[in-house]
Design a protein around this ligand. Structure first.
Ligand code: SAH
Length: 463
């Protein structure tokens, strides 16, 4: 069984860093069902190919009782397609041999791991139960070009007809861990079999590796049923969780934006934040609670900012942010990174930045945990400048469609008057050694102020 992964992006040898394997060496890994070998048959500046060769031991399988289906026929225990085709054995090998890459981690090239690059994956023999149509329905919605070459059962006996086996090449621009997750889930789905017992843990694996793409996949039901080996109860519970995720997403649709005359205030706010960040002289910037990444994209086009890191607690928001970043030119993308994390917990990844933007986020935080957030940002991450925006609740009466007394978004835990915001900001500045000034953002009403209020914090020099 042979899988090759090719990166076509200079310097292509970075594929070695991304996979955590040295391109100049051939390495072997013992697995419970045989051996996996990794080697790089091609390394040039513009193309680098890594090969994963699985050497499955059919005798070992019988001894270890990992028998292929059809075990009733004694010969089939020993003579079967398992050593030669891509199957759930390959998924296990991917997770054991390329575990970090599958999880989206790369010690040496973390930014590249988060960047969509041109990849090609080739599976020498893939059983496509459901035919080429099903193969395409699985991979094409994920953005791949699919090339498939079907093999006859035996070229010497054409009358025996076609086999279910294909040589498949997938090409597309994606992150390596997306590609590996797609292969991890969809290979056993195409094979429609698994070499091990499928229990509850398998539902978790499916939801984990399917995060960000399975919910919206048009074949999600077939994928779920086949992945769970047609165990009805498991598939039902997995599908219920997938549907729940989907309806959560719909519920949190941005009502706030409609009320605030959508794009206009949003753009004015982003411009004001960007101007404050520019003025601070910052180069390396955090966008905390980046949501779908609007500010991130605006900053990425500004050459002053050399590194922009978006952080959000919502994987769904990050997924959308990622898809939108992927449409930007590669050199722009390469300045941006996304991190999954919560502002309620101290996080060393947030240290060492020049500035942080926290745009329309604080009102989403639970008041009892607010002091944790203050310390995470102003004590531990401690950027030189911090720009915070939040709604000015006094202005809400100007929004005609907003019922009196309601917040602009149902996830808002509070909305502050100008004096409430300023009291909070002044207190934080005093406690953590910053100076803060306030800026009104959006059209200003003489009495009510502006729709958005912004605090710009600067760290005070140490005496
Ligand atoms: N800054 C973006 C998004 C604002 S919506 C913009 O201006 O468009 C608020 C965002 O804060 C959401 O994406 C939400 O997922 C995120 N958020 C809420 N609580 C969070 C927490 N504890 N840690 C990190 N992000 C959080």
């Amino acid at each position: 069984m042979l899988l090759t992964l090719t990166l076509m992006h200079e310097p292509a040898a970075d594929l070695g860093y991304l996979l955590g394997k040295n391109p100049t060496r051939c390495q072997s890994f013992p697995l419970s069902f045989g051996q996996a070998h990794v080697f790089f048959p091609e390394v040039s500046p513009s193309r680098c190919t890594a090969a994963l060769l699985l050497d499955i031991d059919p005798i070992g399988l019988v001894r270890n009782r990992r028998r292929p289906s059809g075990e009733g026929h004694s010969l089939q225990q020993y003579v079967n397609d398992r050593p030669y085709v891509a199957s759930s054995f390959l998924s296990v090998a991917l997770s054991q041999v390329f575990g970090s890459a599958l999880g989206g981690r790369s010690r040496e090239r973390p930014q590249l791991a988060e960047t969509a690059l041109p990849y090609e994956a080739r599976l020498a023999v893939l059983p496509c139960r459901g035919g080429e149509g099903f193969l395409r329905r699985l991979f094409e919605p994920l953005g791949y070009n699919v090339a498939a070459q079907r093999h006859s059962l035996d070229p010497l006996f054409p009358e025996w007809g076609e086999s279910p086996y294909y040589t498949v090449t997938l090409s597309g621009q994606c992150r390596l861990h997306d590609l590996l997750s797609h292969l991890y889930v969809l290979i056993p789905v195409l094979d429609n079999d698994k070499h091990y017992w499928v229990g509850d843990a398998e539902v978790e694996k499916l939801l984990h590796h399917g995060e960000g793409w399975l919910t919206a996949h048009p074949e999600r039901e077939n994928i779920t049923r086949r992945y769970l080996k047609h165990r009805g109860e498991l598939a039902k519970s997995a599908l219920a969780r997938i549907e729940q995720e989907e309806s959560d997403d719909e519920e949190s649709a941005p009502v706030e934006e409609v009320i605030e005359e959508r794009a206009r205030l949003n753009d004015v706010r982003l411009d004001a934040v960007q101007a404050a960040l520019r003025e601070s002289g910052a180069k390396r910037v955090l966008d905390l609670g980046c949501g779908e990444g609007k500010l991130l994209r605006a900053l990425s086009r500004d050459p002053q900012f050399t590194e922009i890191v978006g952080v959000d607690v919502s994987p769904r928001a990050l997924e959308i942010a990622r898809l939108r970043l992927d449409r930007l030119p590669l050199d722009v993308q390469s300045r941006c990174r996304l991190l999954h994390g919560s502002l309620m917990y101290r996080d060393t990844r947030l240290s060492g930045f020049d500035a942080a933007a926290v745009v329309e986020v604080i009102e989403h935080l639970d008041p009892p945990r607010f002091s944790a957030f203050e310390r995470v940002l102003f004590e531990f991450a401690r950027p030189r400048a911090v720009v915070v925006t939040t709604p000015n609740v006094e202005y809400n009466v100007r929004f005609e469609t907003l019922p009196a007394g309601s917040f602009r978004h149902k996830d808002h835990r509070f909305e502050w008057t100008r004096s409430q915001f300023q009291d909070w900001a002044n207190g934080v500045a005093r406690r953590f050694g910053y100076a803060v000034r306030f800026v009104a953002v959006g059209p200003e009403d003489e009495i009510l102020g502006s729709p958005t209020q912004m605090g710009v914090f600067r760290q005070c020099p140490k005496n």
